[in-house]
Design a protein around this ligand. Structure first.
Ligand code: CA
Length: 235
């Protein structure tokens, strides 16, 4: 397949289109794929909700008038999980209230129907550029970690962690559901050229685990081997 549509410096994005109007969805799919992006499509609110809960998309294009669960509810649930996934909402021409509510709920941009595809493509390019410069967030259930600001939050509330605990958390968040060995942690936590023993790692993990527990985030010990951040429970 050719991806000739991407200009210089543009990145190929993974995009989810949530739109129940088949004609419009087809047009979006064709246009975005032609522009060089990987595109998936869903047609109901619950499908959109579970897709963005289980996969990381670079962009969600979200129709607000979706069957079974409205787009605003999909967006509210996405942000309640502390996801910073960029969202472009599609609203009715006269849907000013929906547009305002969508932006209040954390949508990044909107387009009123009907729109021309060239306008959509321009918005997508703008969001792609913004996505590249924004601070990378690692999210895991109720937990989010801003890797630039070095701030961890549970349910949006900052949790107090030491530099070592933050370093450990970041490593675990980069490999959710997978085992991380103590040796790997020892190698990657000593940022100041100072030795950290595996015993010290055990102490840091113990403290970190206590702080994360109240948010329902579990660090599982794999005896003799290492640790694993348990996958968040489905909502
Ligand atoms: Ca619709």
């Amino acid at each position: 397949m050719a991806f000739g549509g991407l200009g210089e410096g543009e990145r190929r994005m993974r995009i989810l289109v949530a739109e129940d109007d088949a004609t419009l969805a087809d047009g979006l799919l064709h246009s975005l794929r032609h522009a060089g992006h990987a595109v998936d499509c869903v047609t109901t609110g619950p499908e959109a909700d579970s897709a963005v809960a289980s996969s990381a998309f670079d962009l969600l294009i979200l129709d607000l008038g979706l069957p079974k669960m409205g787009g605003l509810e999909v967006l509210r649930r996405l942000r309640a999980r502390q996801s910073s996934m960029p969202v472009l909402i599609l609203t009715a021409q006269d849907g000013i209230d929906d547009r305002v509510r969508g932006l209040d709920l954390g949508a990044d941009d909107y387009l009123a129907k009907p729109f021309v595809l060239a306008e959509l493509e321009a918005r997508v390019r703008a969001l792609a550029r913004r996505g590249q410069s924004s601070s990378p967030m690692l999210c895991h259930g109720t937990l989010s970690y801003d890797t630039v600001g070095k701030v961890a939050r549970i349910h949006g509330e900052v949790i107090e962690l030491s530099a070592r605990e933050l370093a450990l958390l970041k490593i675990l968040l980069q490999r959710p559901g997978r085992m991380v060995s103590k040796e790997h942690l020892v190698d990657h936590v000593c940022e100041w050229g100072e030795e950290v023993s595996t015993n010290a790692i055990e102490v840091y993990i113990h403290r970190l685990r206590k702080k994360l527990e109240r948010g329902g985030v579990k660090i599982v010990t794999i005896r003799g081997l290492g640790y694993c951040l348990e996958r968040p429970q489905a909502h």
